[in-house]
Ligand binder design. Sequence first.
Ligand code: URP
Ligand code: ZN
Ligand code: ZN
Length: 471
Amino acid sequence: MKKIIKNGTIVTAADTYKADILVEDGKIALIGQDLSDSAAEVVDAQGHYVFPGAIDPHTHLEMPFGGTVSKDDFETGTIAAAHGGTTTVIDFCLTDKGKPLQNSIDQWHAKSHDKSVIDYSFHLMIGEINEDVLEQLPSVIEDEGITSFKVFMAYKNVFQADDGTLFRTLEEAKKLGALVMVHAENGDVIDHLVTKALEAGQTDPIYHALTRPPEVEGEATNRAAELTGLADSQLYVVHVTCEEAVTAIANARKKGYKVIGETCPQYLVLDQSYLEKPNFEGAKYVWSPPLREKHHQEVLWNALKTGDLQTLGSDQCSFDFKGQKDLGKGDFTKIPNGGPIIEDRVSILFSEGVKKGRLSLNEFVNITSTKIAKTFGLFPQKGTISVGADADIVIFDPNVERTISVETSHMAADYNPFEGMKVTGQPVSVLSRGDYVIKDKEFVGKIGSGQYLKRSRFGELTTSQEELYQK
Ligand code: URP
Ligand code: ZN
Ligand code: ZN
């Protein structure tokens, strides 16, 4: 059915203006003043902002990790995402060394296609490079539309790849038109620091942070950036947490290297002291890289403003406190890494960023939606409000005040790391391809209605994509 969204203030990465939007056949058909159509349902957005649906470029839904599986799957995770104003997720498809890449991709399709309530796509993990893998990559791009490859520089003996693999992935990505993503921490050094900590009886959650200091993130980020420059390729650094890594990215960008950085809400508002909470509650705050000392937060905010960091991901990878996080009692290395963030990512950036004067409204939309669509080959189908784009639209109340809590959260985990945090602003209704997923704060979507998105190659989007890499 057609819809006309009336009386709202449209916000894109470039403009803020009052206009109506006609939605037809899942697309934005017209934007203008005083639109009318007797066949259309009128959606009143008076007093609200009308944003393009946010895109989460970094999720781990139903992902095996540390002997357990992340709690939110493509059903609960995408319902929670939609409540938070996110209408597209890009999830990380893990691969197994020596096995066909297509097996892993098929597994990821199997766990998402009849569950996701919003559109979704995949990144593909590269754990090794050999002739066999090289032969498979063109079809990953052509047939699956997967145009981003993820290399882990940490998690030794689990996901970690060596520098040769990273460099050859960068070379191949350059040839094929793909973007390489890195988890940038020096896994070998961390492994050594962890061994020493355990030998000294240091087993509490705080030692997770102390054995992965900012230097190991800064060093790995710098290494990945230099290898990108050498290969004349393109790089996206996920979950940047600290000044050392921001500096490495900023320096690389100054040299003209094509490097983009992402941070996550947890690093903007939580800090290392949370890992010291009593009764093992510190385990709720175990991420890799870890939460940092507070002074890093302003560096991250500033980098989002200046463009040294470009995007915000959730790194959604939720685990229950009871039965999952507590696997690490007595040994912090056994705490599954990650947390439930997907629902609160957008609201936290709006409240802490826009409402507190750190970011403009347009920068907020750019960081949560537009630059992500451009980076990952989805623009302008996604990431903006323009004629012809998918009608992925968020009607957002900028003034409602609320307190984040597990009690009201739609994520599956048994705690919320932002428990008790007061935020201003919340999505009221959310459309995915013109259909309500959230209406008046209630889920009204259809399980399995989300569509798999094949994405453009790096460079195919021409100037809109190139400008992200310009300093
Ligand atoms: O702690 C984290 N970040 N968990 C998810 C896996 C990853 O490294 O992104
Ligand atoms: Zn990671
Ligand atoms: Zn992650």
